[in-house]
Design a protein around this ligand. Structure first.
Ligand SMILES: Cc1cc2nc3c(=O)[nH]c(=O)nc-3n(C[C@H](O)[C@H](O)[C@H](O)COP(=O)(O)O)c2cc1C
Length: 388
């Protein structure tokens, strides 16, 4: 077996041991049933990829019905979903992989077609600055409290379903980020205002989720948080705000911080004169208080090892894990030369992907890298949204 550092185990502060540093990041594969239940395709996708990696984060699940962001998305908005989620947790946990359920609310990134006639909601009534986006309805203070509670309820369901943890999705322009962003949050009540006040929604969700873990789970339940460092719109989130937020997050009852970028080695999106790697700046700010997961255009074992060499604790491999469900198994068994870096459309069944993924990826503005076609260059992000 090779001696890559990413194959070494990791032990969280709560004593939970993860068998290696490779993570499958959350990827919506557009294959859940229309009302949000786990489908057989979801189970096949998960079972095929589990067993080798240390942690496997699920496709995102919406915590309320109006939080749905995509067709074919998982839901955790009601107890009726628990039996299906339980099967998904089992498929993901195979072979000792830690199974994490990612939970979110899409906010203004949804639309009334996906919500079947209902207007999307957000911190304020400001549409996302993209073609065709609908203006959301501003949430009342009581509704904000109800969404915080929905994250806690989702966590209880994840615990009952047998997941090893949850990841709060505070990244990629969805509702939690909308509350942190000065573009989408113009509120003057306790949920809006200066940078500190714009953190309130996220911090309240962390508190509520942590309380749910104390009440229904136990000490070994993992709580992660995913964040995007910057937005490009103006006004928008800038790295200085994010570093303040990261400082605050580092003092929260979290087990890890997941930094969402389309390229792990990205520099500032807004300041071309800044030559520092964003991940390095975040690491310096965290000062070892929380382990970090880095993600973005990591494909080869050498790419993954470079993340370890930079002192980052975990490396997440997304699109490449869609193409190659046996990535780490092939590394461990010494068959690296057989790792697939492109796929043939005819191989979708074999790699556990539904044809609906193709249209879904087109909608996101990204691609998987098909044989004979140009492969993703790491610049086409998770939709236009990944980096903003
Ligand atoms: C098909 C697809 C679906 C995704 N779904 C999610 C999701 O549900 N939640 C999330 O946080 N990120 C999602 N992402 C972003 C990935 O987790 C990851 O950050 C991104 O693909 C960059 O990593 P990569 O270059 O290794 O693919 C998705 C990406 C893709 C390609």
């Amino acid at each position: 077996m090779s001696d890559y550092k990413f194959l070494q185990p990791y032990t969280f502060k709560n004593g939970v041991k993860v068998k290696n540093r490779v993570v499958i990041p959350p990827m919506t594969i557009a294959s859940s049933l229309e009302e949000g239940s786990v489908s057989r395709d979801d189970l096949f996708y998960a079972g095929l990829r589990s067993g080798g990696v240390g942690m496997f984060i699920s496709p995102v699940a919406n915590v309320t019905n109006d939080g749905k962001g995509f067709e074919g998305e998982l839901s955790v908005a009601d107890d009726k979903y628990i039996p299906g989620l339980s099967k998904l947790a089992d498929a993901m946990k195979k072979g000792g992989t830690k199974a994490i359920l990612q939970i979110f609310h899409a906010g203004r990134m949804s639309d009334s077609t996906i919500l079947r006639g209902i207007q999307p909601v957000s911190a304020s009534a400001v549409a996302a600055p993209r073609d065709g986006m609908e203006t959301p309805r501003e949430l009342s203070s009581n509704e904000v409290e109800a969404i915080v509670q929905a994250f806690a309820d989702a966590t209880r369901r994840a615990i009952v379903a047998g997941f090893d943890g949850v990841e709060i999705y505070g990244a990629n322009t969805y509702l939690i980020q909308q509350f942190f962003s000065p573009h989408s949050n113009k509120r003057t009540d306790k949920w809006g205002g200066d940078v500190e006040k714009r953190m309130t929604f996220a911090l309240e969700i962390i508190r509520a989720v942590h309380d749910a873990i104390e009440e229904y789970g136990n000490d070994d339940f993992i709580l992660g948080y995913r964040i995007s460092p910057e937005e490009i719109e103006s006004p928008g989130i800038r790295i200085d705000d994010t570093l303040k937020f990261i400082d605050k997050l580092s003092g929260q009852p979290l087990n890890y911080l997941h930094i969402s970028m389309g390229n792990a080695w990205r520099k500032s999106l807004n300041n071309p004169d800044d030559d520092r790697y964003t991940i390095q700046r975040i690491k310096d700010q965290v000062k070892g208080r929380l382990p970090l997961i880095s993600v973005g255009s990591i494909e080869t074992p050498e790419d993954a090892e470079k993340i370890m060499d930079a002192g980052i604790d975990f490396v997440a491999i997304g699109r490449e894990y869609l193409r190659e469900p046996k990535w780490i198994d092939k590394v461990i068994s010494g068959h690296e030369e057989t790792i697939r870096y492109s796929i043939n459309r005819d191989a979708l069944d074999e790699i556990g992907l539904n044809p609906s993924i193709i249209e879904f990826l087109k909608g996101l503005g990204t691609e998987l890298g098909y044989e004979g076609e140009q492969k993703g260059d790491g610049k086409s992000e998770y939709g236009v949204v990944l980096d903003s």
